[in-house]
Write a protein that binds this ligand. Structure first.
Ligand SMILES: Nc1ncnc2c1ncn2[C@@H]1O[C@H](COP(=O)(O)OP(=O)(O)OP(=O)(O)O)[C@@H](O)[C@H]1O
Ligand SMILES: [Mg+2]
Length: 258
């Protein structure tokens, strides 16, 4: 599957039932295409549907309506084939506390049938990359929140995925650590042509890292494009103006679309 489009959704909708007559439309008819090798930023306020979208694309949730394809395969019918090629950094941390940093990586990679020798080699590089080499033999339970986050970033990459989903990779990571994570992601995309979908609330991070962004609001995809294109389209001075205009319903200052 060498198509340029590696993710596509059509009318993707997710409704959570919350007791009788109470439902939440977490995703509302989302049509989206993501291309190979791009860093795609998913933006939106709390509860906009970002994590829900990612969870559907990796097979942790099933859509209520509509469809989605990852690497040409259907996320409901062919999820096993997809899982081999994608990695997820979940929003809620899930490190194995009793394992060391290195063991976390090697154990996880082992679940994908990769040899221990290959995994240890990759772990050398990844632990170096995220700056945890000197702590690699410490149990993760004594790590700080940001350090655990870095272990998870490295763990997601150990399977050498074609597509990496990173749900708030730099949340809770200090300034230098966040820079390290961004550098890793940028390198993966530019040198290795991996596709990266990330969510973040940091618009500076978006400007620095993302080729294109999609803005979700109340489950609807309200804008997609390069940051510069969106600024131009909405006649906004910066991405923050585009974002606040779209999600507050007040319209973008000076914009023509509302
Ligand atoms: N398992 C669930 N059961 C019921 N409702 C859910 C569930 N998961 C998400 N929701 C609801 O779906 C909506 C979208 O949630 P989601 O976690 O996708 O938002 P998000 O954009 O990732 O927000 P944040 O920026 O806070 O991480 C919210 O209203 C949330 O309460
Ligand atoms: Mg989320």
């Amino acid at each position: 599957m060498q198509s340029d489009i590696v993710i596509s959704t059509e009318g993707l909708t997710k409704i959570f039932e919350r007791g009788k007559k109470r439902e939440v439309v977490a995703l509302d008819s989302v049509d989206l295409e993501i291309r190979r090798g791009e860093v795609f930023g998913l933006l939106g306020p709390n509860g906009a549907g970002k994590t829900t979208l990612i969870r559907i694309l990796v097979g942790l949730l099933t859509p209520t309506e509509g469809s989605a394809k990852v690497l040409g395969r259907d996320v409901v019918e062919e999820i096993d084939e997809i899982r081999e090629k994608v990695a997820l950094l979940p929003q809620e941390a899930g490190v194995y506390d009793r394992l060391t940093a290195r063991e976390n990586l090697v154990y996880y990679g082992g679940l994908y049938g990769i040899s221990e020798e290959a995994l240890n080699k990759r772990a050398d590089d990844l632990l170096d990359l995220v700056g945890l080499r000197d702590r690699e033999d410490y149990q993760v339970k004594g790590f700080s929140g940001g350090m655990k986050r870095k272990v998870l970033v490295a763990r997601a990459l150990i399977i050498e995925p074609e597509i990496v989903f990173m749900d708030e990779p730099t949340t809770g990571v200090d300034t230098l650590g966040a820079r390290v994570v961004r550098n890793v992601l940028r390198r993966l995309s530019s040198e290795e042509k991996r596709t990266i979908i990330l969510t973040t609330h940091d618009l500076n991070e978006v400007s620095e890292l993302c080729d294109r962004v999609g803005i979700l609001n109340e489950g609807k995809l309200v804008a997609v494009g390069k940051p510069s294109e969106l600024e131009e389209k909405f006649k906004a001075a910066n991405l923050e103006e585009v974002f606040t205009g779209l999600v507050t319903g007040e319209g973008v200052y000076g914009g023509v679309d509302r």
